[in-house]
Design a protein around this ligand. Structure first.
Ligand code: ADP
Length: 251
């Protein structure tokens, strides 16, 4: 469904942020892009979203070249960008309103997603009165409500504490199992990538390019219980990836 063919991004004529990345993401797959800070994960994701144009190479979604952002590709960021002057429900219905969805359907869809993300009773609250995890859930609901075919997530749980992060990972899998969207998820956490994904794309940074694609789905069925992280296979895969990127991590 998503294909990058030698996609490359050079900033300021000499910073190779993404170097000739060729990737295929199958429809309905959950793919994580993993790698140390600065290896070009966000730049790659922004190119998939159509926010950044590749310097060379091509990116296609469903056979069509990506040239600009489109509502069919929803994006969730690390710091949620809810409108502070709108209630949670207004935030969630905003995208649908822009797309011309009628009010009854907007209300129905908002209710459905508010329930799905566990924010029942908070539809009339303002973002500032919610915790970080709740805000991030609402931001996710706002993107999901327009039913994008592709969900692009840039370290969406990176700003959350460890416990909330684990809970959100579990919830994301739950939501994804209901929506079946094609997901590309950027993270620098090996555990997070392994737990969530069908495939993990490991990016190296010298130069930024694909080091390996790990087929996690081959090892773990779905639905996945959090305990899968304690298994021997998980530990082996974690070590395998760590060995690949260890030299590039600066502490
Ligand atoms: P990651 O998401 O893996 O941390 P980024 O995609 O943010 O990596 O950045 C990759 C490289 O490109 C880094 O060296 C970063 O400094 C550089 N870079 C990112 N954005 C810009 C920009 N707008 N202008 C110049 N260099 C940039």
């Amino acid at each position: 469904m998503i294909e990058t063919d030698s996609a490359r991004k050079v900033y300021n004529e000499d910073v190779v942020a993404v170097g000739d990345v060729s990737l295929t993401v199958e429809e309905g797959d959950f793919v994580s892009v993993l790698g140390p800070s600065g290896c070009g994960k966000s730049t790659l994701l922004f190119m998939l979203g159509g926010f950044i144009e590749p310097t060379s190479g091509t990116i296609t979604v469903n056979g069509e070249q990506v040239t600009e952002p489109d509502p069919s590709r929803g994006m969730v960021f690390q710091e949620s960008v809810l409108f502070p002057w709108m209630t949670i429900k207004e935030n969630i219905t905003w995208g649908m309103k822009v797309l011309g969805v009628d009010e009854d359907e907007r209300d129905r869809t908002a209710e459905e997603y508010i329930e799905m993300i566990g924010l029942d009773g908070f539809q009339d609250a303002y973002p500032n009165s919610l915790s970080g995890g709740m805000k991030q859930r609402a931001a996710m609901a706002r993107v999901l409500a327009v039913n994008p075919a592709v969900l692009l997530m840039d370290e969406p749980f990176g700003a959350l504490d460890a416990q909330t992060r684990e809970k959100m990972q579990h919830e994301l899998l739950d939501i994804w199992s209901q929506t079946g969207q094609t997901c590309v998820f950027v993270t620098h956490s090996i555990d997070e990538a392994l737990y969530l994904s069908d495939k993990v794309v490991v990016l190296g940074s010298r130069p930024s390019s694909v080091e390996a694609v790990i087929d996690v789905g081959e090892h773990f069925d779905r639905p996945r219980a959090p305990e899968v992280r304690e298994s021997e296979t998980f530990t082996d895969l974690r070590q395998q990836i760590w060995d690949m990127i260890e030299d590039e991590v600066t502490v």
